[in-house]
Ligand binder design. Sequence first.
Ligand code: SF4
Length: 242
Amino acid sequence: MNAEQLLRVYGMLLEAFGEQDWWPAQSAFEVMIGAILTQNTAWTNVERALERLRLRSSLDAESILALDPPELADALRPSGYFNVKSQRVRGFCAAYLEAGGHPGLAALATPDLRARLLAIKGIGPETADDILLYAFDRPVFVVDAYTRRIFERLGLLAGGETYEVIRRGFEQALGPDVPMLKEYHALIVSQGKEVCRTRPACERCALRRTCAAAAPSPSDSSTSSRSSHRRRRGTTASEETQ
Ligand code: SF4
């Protein structure tokens, strides 16, 4: 996995989906709360939970902590696992205020800020990196299940790599280009949700010509195209971009 390969995939996804303009939020704090709520659920459910939370609070740490815990849990109900998530949100708000809020956290170097976020109960690497990238504009790459699925199918990940190995691989190859890192993760989410699903829609995939796992298209039905397809399937994205 090198810069040329990753930039090629990025260019194809950008052309297919257009700019995604992530993260959809009205403030950096809302990004942080959204990153916690989006664990194990679809973003539409998070939006409904945030709307309900907005009706009960001004969506800042103090007013969220001022809510009765059952009221907070009820507001977060659409996001699923709402009792667990309400505890996580409360824990995050308390840690956020203890750290001096956004200015206090923003003053930390990226490794320190990451360690600080990971020390909060319920915040794992993906959530921490969502917050680092989209709330604090830090040059990190967010690795999610879509990233693993797509890049394994492309032949650019072997499978079984740790979160940190994948994150560092992308960051070293792409460099500290924050707008691009934001856009790349958003494009991967679109690709994973809309095209490279559990059952992939290869026939309408922009990455098809470079994908090691692409399914045959109807036009591959002739003998010559079948043999051509076999050759292509045996060629990984990694080899084609070298
Ligand atoms: S060609 Fe198919 S398997 Fe490959 S990335 Fe596209 S949808 Fe996924």
